[in-house]
Ligand binder design. Sequence first.
Ligand code: IMP
Length: 521
Amino acid sequence: MAKQLNWEPGTTYKDWLLLPGRIKSGVGPDDVDLRSPITRYSSPQKTELDVNDLPEDVFVLNVPLLSAPMQSVTGADMSIELAKTGGLGVIYCSQPVGDEARMVAEVKRYKAGFVTPDVFSPKTPIPVIARHTHEKGYSTFPITHNGKPDGRLLGLITRKDFSEQKHANLTAGDRMVPLKDLVAPEESKIGGDLGKANDILEDSHHGAMPIVDRQGHLKYMVFRKDIEHHRKNPLELVDKNKRYKVGAAINTKDYRRRVPALIDAGADILFVDSSQGFSDYQAETMRYIRRNFPEIPFIGGNVVTEEGFYFLVENGAWGVKIGMGPGSICTTREKFRMGRAQATAVIKINEARMEYLQKEGIYVPIIPDGGIVTNDDIWVAGALGGDAGMAGRFFARFEESPTERIELKKVRDGRTYTADMKPYWGEGSERAKRWRKKRYDQSDESEGIEGWAQYAGDLNDPKGMPRVINSIRTALHKGGYASMQDLHRNAVLERESESSRAEGRPHDVGGPEEWSNYTVW
Ligand code: IMP
């Protein structure tokens, strides 16, 4: 006989409905504060603190969303674009240590507004630059004497300075705009102040401007479009040097090599990546980090039980990630008949977290991971206690995920339909594990599948993250909640029945064909 039988079935986000609270006059959706901590803090008064009252060293997201450490979700591009919106990218660890460290370093090379660009030497043939332009989508490159990012600046070449056919036999040096015709101020004149850089850039009539040190070596580039973006996006998630923040995943096998390399590359926070984090291996990994790198925040996970939560917290986790089996590409629950419905996992772990706060005076943030399908799941996860949500498929759909967009054709009723898709696969799928099998000789059991997610354009397009953020704010405002903390404290939720769900959707009206494909957004 089992130790315990839970007769109440588990619930998912879609089983819960928020009841509206009172909207206070004079407070609009734009006033809703989405900042949320993801690392622990002490609270002698044993309550969850308002985000303005948090100690300085707490890791706070400006928007409570993280992209999952998966090969098909989070590389450097996704991390940079997500940090621009106030969320956090977590780079995947199912790749060699050096490759993951390079991705982290690529994010950290970006200082909000100050970019360390790709650079060429004057000898670089024009076709090489043209190819780079096509592959990367960049069109402005500084030319330095040795082709290195810290070489002596000689000029600038842009897409407009050459013709691919006519200048195919020439080099960058032949076609660049030489330094004497550029505006390239010295770093000491700007002192890291984007406003000052912008003043000079605006007067220069150029779209981009190199910044050099006293010896004329290249330091950064400043792009007008980045400055404009920066002005419009006060939520950018940056460190004290104005570089974008980035998370990095680690596993419980090669952490002795991986952790130092990632910290060296500039990772701001580490995530122990495991589908079953209630394990002695995870405890060992966390002990290693605490002993050797006491300053680096790290999140443990994944767990779905109260015991699992306590285990991770008592072994030093600064935050805890929740989820076993809710992922869109996940077969863990079906295959191993193990896991927990996600909403119930969050509810139970939230109870354990509040109990821990009462006992120890320490608030440990919890991060529900997986199963975020539509925007509404984000605030339901928050109402159930989640401090921030992690998602894979949700972000895999955007241009900045590492995969190539593909066109999918479907024939239905003799008509051909096409749709733009992005490949998306689980970290436990055969495809993701291939690199690992060679290294760790892992078992053949897969617990994920390979599929597609519908392409959703650029993350920072107004229809991308800005719209997601706006919908979170609108929902919180509609419910009468001024912040994520207010949502935690005051949300009232009710179980929803099948018939209530049907009632809550368009029903019993004729209409355009799209009703049958009605989606929430
Ligand atoms: P999604 O947001 O529903 O797509 O779920 C993403 C989450 O699923 C990730 O953050 C992981 O926690 C989890 N996950 C990733 N790969 C796999 C897998 O192959 N099997 C099971 N779970 C996975």
